[in-house]
Design a protein around this ligand. Structure first.
Ligand SMILES: C[S@@+](CC[C@H](N)C(=O)[O-])C[C@H]1O[C@@H](n2cnc3c(N)ncnc32)[C@H](O)[C@@H]1O
Length: 333
């Protein structure tokens, strides 16, 4: 089978990593910015309010998270909207695109426990089901979870019993590899369709997404597996101390790779959506006002709580940690 099918089974198959309920954060296999600090969602709330004030987003517009997992990010957004502009919590329409029923149930319960009937959360299985006038879409680390093909010097990989062999000729993969100057590496599958679905779902929108990668990712393999906070390269030689056979890792661990943002940008532009910017996550969060939010906390909360939250939020905006390696990409239609 093609590598994209293998990776699709690994993550989204019947017993795939994301198909069954998984813990992200301290107890899980990896951290994301969401599990690091509530001020990540808080900063997005501040940005949403600025979109309303600017007149780009209507007061009854749709706020939609894609790939929300537990729903903590969108819930943090709601919590800060409640603090900063409570009337918007009732008027905006909150929704999540989540393909898995068990995660939809978890998210619905979490929202019910957190907000009672104040927030009316609507679920969709895919963007194809959503049709609206005006929206703000937000996503964290979803593009690195799209299945990919593997390319090496003109050939595309196929997988037989967990072994990867570069034997196939695939014109589409080769043309993308050429376009993004890779003689080897990952070529994501599905960005084009996803961008089209989003473009068709709302008459006007802003889409903001955070992911790990570069405009032009390195021409090399970055494919890796996360197991209990340890990173294992996918192509790890059998004689290395860390070696674990792939059939043991399959579907039980997270598999991911560096995002080529130029590929996402092209997919959205082809779908008629305007690229606005790509910048480091730390710059994006500072530009959107994370420091003002921390300043507000300093004035309102006691010193100990402020210090605790500051330490967590710092991780998001420190150059050598999540801040620089992660990027924010933004589009508008
Ligand atoms: C690395 S997890 C990130 C989860 C969460 N956003 C966070 O930051 O903790 C990737 C998530 O993206 C979701 N995902 C990947 N491709 C998707 C797609 N095309 N549509 C919706 N969700 C998708 C997966 O199901 C998974 O929940």
């Amino acid at each position: 089978m093609k590598f994209s099918e293998y990776m699709g089974e690994w993550l989204y198959g019947e017993n795939g990593y994301y198909s069954s309920y998984k813990e992200i954060g301290k107890g899980g296999d990896f951290y994301t910015a969401v599990s690091t600090s509530k001020f990540f969602g808080g900063t997005i709330a501040k940005h949403i309010i600025s979109l309303v004030d600017e007149g780009f987003l209507s007061k009854d517009g749709v706020i939609c998270e894609i790939g929300a997992h537990h729903g903590y990010f969108l819930a943090d957004v709601c919590e800060f909207i409640y603090t900063l502009r409570p009337e918007l919590l009732k008027s905006l329409q909150f929704s999540i695109i989540e393909r898995f029923d068990n995660l939809q149930e978890f998210q619905a319960q979490y929202f019910k426990d957190s907000f009672g009937d104040v927030v009316n959360l609507v679920h969709y299985k895919s963007l194809k089901e959503l049709k609206c006038k005006n929206a703000f879409f937000i996503a964290n680390e979803i593009f690195d979870a799209f299945p990919c093909e593997l390319y090496y010097k003109g050939k595309t990989a196929e997988v037989l019993e967990h072994n990867v062999e570069f034997t196939m000729d695939d014109e589409w993969v080769s043309s993308k590899a050429k376009k993004y100057h890779k003689d080897r590496g990952e070529i994501a599958v599905g960005y084009e369709e996803f961008a089209k679905e989003m473009a068709n779902s709302a008459e006007s929108f802003e889409f903001m997404s955070f992911d790990y990668g570069e405009m032009q990712a390195r021409p090399d393999f970055s494919l890796r597996v996360y197991k209990e906070h340890k990173v294992l390269p996918f192509f790890i030689p059998k004689d290395e101390a860390d070696y674990i056979a792939r059939d043991e890792l399959f579907a039980k661990t997270d598999i991911t790779y560096d995002v080529t943002f130029a590929h996402i940008k092209d997919a959205y532009e082809e779908a008629g959506v305007k690229f606005i910017e790509l910048k480091a996550q730390m710059v994006a969060l500072v530009d959107m006002g994370i420091l003002n939010l921390l300043e507000m906390l300093k004035e309102k909360a006691d010193q100990k709580i402020y210090e605790q939250e500051l330490q967590k939020a710092k991780i998001l905006i420190m150059p050598d940690y999540l801040g620089e390696r992660f990027k924010m990409i933004r589009f508008r239609k």
